[in-house]
Design a binder for this molecule. Structure first.
Ligand SMILES: CC(C)(COP(=O)(O)OP(=O)(O)OC[C@H]1O[C@@H](n2cnc3c(N)ncnc32)[C@H](O)[C@@H]1OP(=O)(O)O)[C@@H](O)C(=O)NCCC(=O)NCCS
Length: 206
């Protein structure tokens, strides 16, 4: 399987791709540290790769740009074949974010997901503070269907950090613990098809 977009190419993730991720940049925003790949040994990379790719209910893919550089990975997890739904995960090299690659990759993947795999719905979970990701998902046609609260991955977060201060309303501090709001977003096949038409019409006009 190979999915081709204007500036990207999506193929199933291979172990070699996982090694390349060690060359990625780092997020300076501490709220996104969970997406920085920590320094990992070859063995740990292999473990990570096997965790991501093993199992019948998840599938992971690598995203390359036209210069054949690995710029991100994406996957579907919690695949429910009978209900024809799953949950999206996507992480790009911090050096390649905010350049439209995320939106293009998701739209390219959705075409395959709905039209070839014949799936019906896709969900995702995104932190309320992650405005860039939310904007990207909305551009692809996802909308918020629910909100819940979860423990934040870093319980030692610096409350004076400007990134935190800016997004304070997305957090709840209770009984000495740090929680944050998470949005559940969803797209179904009809919404995707309408969004696609809207995007194609706009592109033909411009
Ligand atoms: C989330 C992610 C995949 C999105 O991909 P991307 O290539 O960066 O996204 P795009 O460039 O296609 O779109 C980003 C949009 O957000 C907008 N944006 C950026 N920062 C923003 C902010 N602080 N507030 C609001 N919008 C913002 C951009 O302007 C762009 O919208 P536009 O095209 O209307 O101008 C990528 O940023 C990433 O990997 N981030 C780190 C990991 C992560 O957060 N993963 C998601 C977990 S749910």
């Amino acid at each position: 399987m190979e999915l081709i977009g204007k500036r990207i190419r999506i193929i199933p993730m291979e172990i070699e791709h996982a090694y390349l991720m060690r060359e990625w940049g780092v997020h300076e925003n501490p709220l996104l540290f969970d997406y920085n790949l920590p320094p990992l040994s070859d063995e740990e990379i292999e473990e990570w790769y096997h965790y991501k790719t093993r199992g019948y209910n998840r599938k992971y893919y690598s995203v390359f740009n036209k210069e054949n550089r690995l710029i991100g990975y994406m996957g579907i997890k919690y695949i429910r074949k009978i209900l024809k739904e799953s949950t999206l995960g996507i992480v790009f090299d911090p050096n390649y974010i905010n350049k439209g690659y995320g939106t293009e990759s998701i739209l390219t993947f959705l075409d395959y997901y709905f039209n070839k795999l014949n799936m019906r719905k896709m969900y995702l979970d995104v932190a309320k503070f992650n405005k860039r990701a939310i904007r990207c998902y909305e551009k692809c046609g996802f909308s918020i269907v629910n909100m819940y609260i979860d423990e934040f991955f870093d319980q030692n977060l610096d409350f004076k950090n400007p990134y935190f201060l800016k997004e304070q309303s997305s957090f709840v501090l209770k009984n000495g613990k740090v929680y944050n709001y998470i949005y559940k977003m969803k797209i179904d096949k009809n919404t995707y098809l309408k969004k696609r038409e809207e995007i194609d019409t706009k592109q033909n006009r411009d």
